[in-house]
Design a protein around this ligand. Sequence first.
Ligand code: NAP
Length: 283
Amino acid sequence: MTASMPRACVMGHPVAQSRSPLIHGYWLKQLGIQGEYVLKDVAPEAFTEFFTHLAQHGFVGGNITIPHKEAAFQLVHRREPAAEAIGAVNTVWLENGKPVGGNSDAHGFIANLDETAPGWDVEGGHAVILGAGGAARAVAYGLIERGMHVTFVNRTFERAVNLAQKYGHGAVAARYDELPPLLTRADLLVNCTSLGMTGKPPLDADITPLKRGAVVADVVYVPLETALLKQARARGHRTVDGLGMLLQQAGYGFQRWFGAAPAVTPELRAIIEADIKAKTPGS
Ligand code: NAP
């Protein structure tokens, strides 16, 4: 390593489980860039100092994960519009030495849809989003930017109402028992809950009423094909998985830190799939 070599990191606590070094390491090698992306376990009490002195710690930026996302949101000098609207910063880079905060999840979700299900963004289309947490906020931002009407369906109805009010633009909230009629009109159904993930309860949603031709997406990527996606594929719907989103969102930071646009190749996907399978038996 040389002193001028760009270095980025994922800041979290704990952070050992992150697949980001695998993804960025692949791109650095593939693009022949002399750079580095490492895990950085930063304890909560050390975060402010670390984050506000990234350059002194040898970094040009990085990703922020649990439990530092709120702190990063507050500490950045400036936020990109997506991060501001979503209310979360998960990517940071330096401008004139000062930390700028972005959110890669909306970008990752939309880029993956564009790649996997071209033509998904029908004019005046309707999307049903299951969930009203962080992933739902990011996905909705991306969909609304692309002109979709959005309905949030969430266990805690108030959270769905709050999110719909926050976004405006015709975004509405609904309860799970209203799902069947909503599905008959939906052009896109997205699971943004943690349900269906290995170790979590299953997502109990009957998609029989779903409009023909609707695209079904899941942000969960362990297992790689969730029960929702399996059910959708069996019914002839185009499906979009969470791993594609994870890979696409990583490119958002890479470009800012290392100055090159990386590609989500089948080879990269296979590397991460193998890692997931090795670490999650039965996935
Ligand atoms: P979060 O903020 O904690 O939100 C979780 C959501 O799931 C909430 O809407 C919650 O409903 C709902 N939920 C949880 N347990 C439930 C249950 N038993 N029944 C009904 N609803 C339930 O989490 P998040 O950050 O949005 O993450 C959600 C999922 O997205 C995670 O699996 C995460 O790994 C995944 N994700 C993937 C990517 C990617 O790149 N592929 C990116 C971000 C997140 P309540 O409001 O009622 O609690």
